[in-house]
Design a protein around this ligand. Structure first.
Ligand code: PLP
Length: 402
């Protein structure tokens, strides 16, 4: 027998829920990732909209290194100064009055759902538990999050659907009005730009309409900005493109830690009121390491000049993608998304095209059935955009849609 047959698969003990390609990345610098054999890749997916400031950003590395030498963990049974500082900054710069720190986006979603229900319970309406969501939604992989998302693929095999979630067709206004008027409804829960569902931006007038509907029926409006928030669309939050709209609760994660895992659930004082000691918690949420990085990320991304630059470079990328859509109109239906959460809507499954891009040194993602997703670091330059568009152009020319 050849030795090869005896070489164990290095992934043999990993739960096989992911299907990564063969490349092993060992280093990241700015917008580039490097493999163990020295190949360089332009990273236009950023760990799925996570490494917002690129890889190994000096300010984040310094913040983490400095904190790592001082204190890692005490749990929330003691005060964590970094939490207090970051929560102050978040509440200074946003609609929020209170923040709960988590380890992930899913946990921010859990906190949002629990907070919305507790709010109605405390008002003497315990029957108001219904969370209204839309097709194409993705809110994470916990039991509550898959039930909120409602994607049958993610629910299959995991037991009976949980009660208290109402799924509506995106754009079905009559169903939405009826669901909002239902006396058991608690909240409307939506991603202002759907990520996994196909990089789909909700039109600004619809976000306004949701706010009005919530106000009319005493519902809470919850935005899931885990993927589209923290500067990704060129505003701190994607919902801010809709003038005069503010949520009651907002879920953040991914970019907020720049690659260090943490999330946050932001809320108004009215929502926070019933969340008293013992009603929710986390061992690690808001730990000193996460907070050190989070404070450094916030200081950079919340700066209006930084956001203006994101909008400018996003405009250049949009133009480049539009020209690709025109040149390859036999394969590309159009450009989708908002800001630096964008993509090419294709006429076939994007998997092979994604592989071709990777072979050409460009990392991309996929979303929905037919979108090649781009979520580069927010620090990309015009030169990075030119490189990415050039590579996409070559890959599209080679691509044989299956
Ligand atoms: N919500 C949205 C909109 C997401 O895109 C994701 C992850 O992709 C989540 C929630 C879940 O976040 P996490 O994977 O950090 O738990």
């Amino acid at each position: 027998m050849s030795d090869d047959l005896h070489t164990p698969d290095p992934r043999q003990h990993i739960l096989p829920v992911y299907r990564p390609p063969e490349e092993v990345f060992v280093e990241g610098q700015g917008v580039y990732l490097y493999t163990d054999d020295g190949r360089r890749y332009l990273d236009f997916i950023a760990g799925i909209a996570v490494t917002a400031l690129g890889h190994a950003h000096p300010a984040l590395v310094d913040a983490l290194r400095d904190q790592a030498g001082k204190l890692w963990h005490t749990s929330n049974m003691f005060r964590v100064e970094g939490q207090e500082q970051l929560a102050d900054k978040i509440c200074r710069d946003t609609f929020a009055d209170r923040v709960f720190f988590t380890n992930s986006g899913t946990e921010a979603v859990e906190c949002a759902i629990k907070t919305a229900r507790k709010y109605h319970w405390a008002k003497g309406n315990p029957e108001r538990t219904g969370i209204i969501t839309f097709t194409g939604a993705f809110h994470g992989r916990s039991m509550a999050a898959i039930n909120a998302g409602g994607n049958p693929k993610y629910l299959e095999g995991f037991g009976p659907p949980l009660p208290g979630f109402v799924h509506l067709e995106w754009g079905d206004h009559d169903a939405l009005k009826a669901a909002a008027a239902d006396p058991t409804a608690a909240a409307i829960f939506v991603e202002p730009v759907q990520g996994e569902g196909g990089v789909r931006a909700m039109p600004e007038h619809c976000l306004k309409g949701l706010r009005e509907l919530c106000d009319a029926h005493g519902l809470l409006l919850i935005f899931d900005e885990v993927q589209c928030g923290i500067g990704r669309t060129g505003k701190l939050w994607a919902y801010q493109w809709a003038d005069g709209v503010e949520p009651d609760i907002l879920c953040a994660a991914k970019g907020i830690g720049g690659g260090f895992p943490f999330g946050a659930c932001l809320m108004t004082e009215a929502c926070a009121g019933p969340m008293q000691p013992g009603s929710h918690g986390s061992t690690y949420g808001g730990n000193p390491l996460a907070m050190a990085v989070g404070n450094a990320v916030w200081d950079i991304i919340s700066d209006e000049a930084f956001l203006a630059e994101v909008r400018r470079v996003a405009g250049t990328l949009a133009q480049g993608l539009k020209s690709l859509a025109d040149t390859h109109s036999d394969k590309v239906e159009g450009v989708t998304g908002k800001g630096l959460l964008t993509g090419l809507k294709l006429k076939a499954d994007p998997k092979n095209l994604q592989g071709l891009c990777r072979e050409e040194g460009l990392l991309t993602g996929v979303a929905g059935n037919n979108v090649l997703r781009l979520a580069p670091p927010l620090i990309i330059t015009e030169a990075d955009v030119r490189e990415a568009v050039g590579t996409l152009d070559n890959a599209l020319a080679m691509w044989q849609p299956g």
